[in-house]
Design a binder for this molecule. Structure first.
Ligand code: SAM
Length: 290
């Protein structure tokens, strides 16, 4: 990309080829998103004038982004944003990049919340805050609390809470230890905690290794943190009827459903599939008499 005048069409074509050569699956899309970011236009804006040449500053900005993408930095970190439930969320290397499958958790949480008025909602391991912010925005009558072990992650969550002008109270700490003593129980507790087994580390796409390890990996086949949460959760759920909603990994849902039953979250235990048809989310509620 040195020396000559490059047009939008040419840089898109060059970058798509280069990204494809190194095995990036969405090569054209990545090229478009990064170029739109470098030129400060919408993606569709690139097509208004494909023969527009890039000036030096634009070319330098774009080249920097391309070289970081070739180092396998996720596109969301490069542009500083990812859409979730049709809202833009600030993201950077302090938090997991929001995944579309987490929309299944939010969708099911909103269904469960139909049974509540002014519900108390807790999001454990909030990361960028996507679950807490979305539930607060979709259910303005809810009182939403969110926690994370990572103070760095909570800074990103706080920025997203402010951006979307919702009320979410944030606390740092390990699972329920983050909560102030005397915090009343919750009608719904949602969590997308780390669930990737340590053993899978070497077989993962390089992009995942750029994300915070504490957001991805857990001992015990990936379920160590989820198991600790399930064992402790019933003391923090309203009784009866308090709902637990967990996103877990492929192949983990049946074991997690059993964990819920064993922990007494035994009413209506259900495994929900994501948009790809994969089992992703497990929910259950405290039964009457619990
Ligand atoms: C898979 S990421 C999910 C982030 C966000 N909820 C989402 O869906 O995009 C897991 C989050 O849990 C946090 N976490 C890991 N262990 C934790 C623990 N013991 N207590 C609280 N949060 C924890 C991580 O810091 C990370 O932000």
């Amino acid at each position: 990309m040195q020396g000559k005048l490059w047009t939008v069409r040419e840089v898109l074509s060059w970058t798509t080829d280069r990204f494809s050569q190194v095995g990036l699956e969405s090569a054209r899309l990545d090229a478009e998103v990064l170029l739109a970011h470098a030129l400060d236009v919408q993606r569709v804006g690139l097509y208004i004038d494909l023969d527009r040449p890039l000036d030096d500053a634009e070319r330098d900005r774009y080249r920097g982004l391309v070289s970081r993408r070739l180092q396998r930095e996720p596109v969301a970190y490069l542009v500083g944003e990812r859409e979730f439930w049709s809202r833009p969320f600030a993201v950077d290397a302090r938090v997991l990049v929001p995944r579309p499958e987490t929309e299944t958790l939010v969708e099911q949480a909103l269904v469960a919340l139909r049974d509540f008025t002014a519900p108390r909602v807790l999001d454990v391991g909030t990361g960028s805050g996507i679950i807490a912010v979305t539930l607060a925005a979709e259910r303005p009558d809810a009182r939403v609390v969110a926690t994370d072990l990572s103070a760095d992650a909570l800074e990103v969550a706080a920025a997203n809470v402010a951006r979307h002008e919702v009320e979410v109270t944030l606390h740092v700490g390990d699972l329920f230890e983050a909560l102030p003593s005397q915090e009343p129980p919750f009608g719904l507790i949602a969590a997308n905690l780390p669930y990737v087994a340590m053993a899978e580390r070497d077989s993962l796409q390089p992009e995942l290794l750029v994300e915070p390890a504490g957001a991805l990996f857990a001992e015990d086949g990936g379920l160590a943190v989820v198991k600790r949460l399930v064992r402790a959760v019933s003391a923090h759920l309203e009784r009866p009827g308090g709902v637990l909603m967990l996103e877990v990994g492929l192949g983990q849902t049946r074991e997690v459903a059993r964990l819920l039953m064993d922990a007494g979250i035994s009413d209506g235990v259900t495994v929900h599939r994501d948009l790809a048809g994969l089992e992703r989310v497990v929910s259950g509620r405290l039964p009457v008499g619990a």
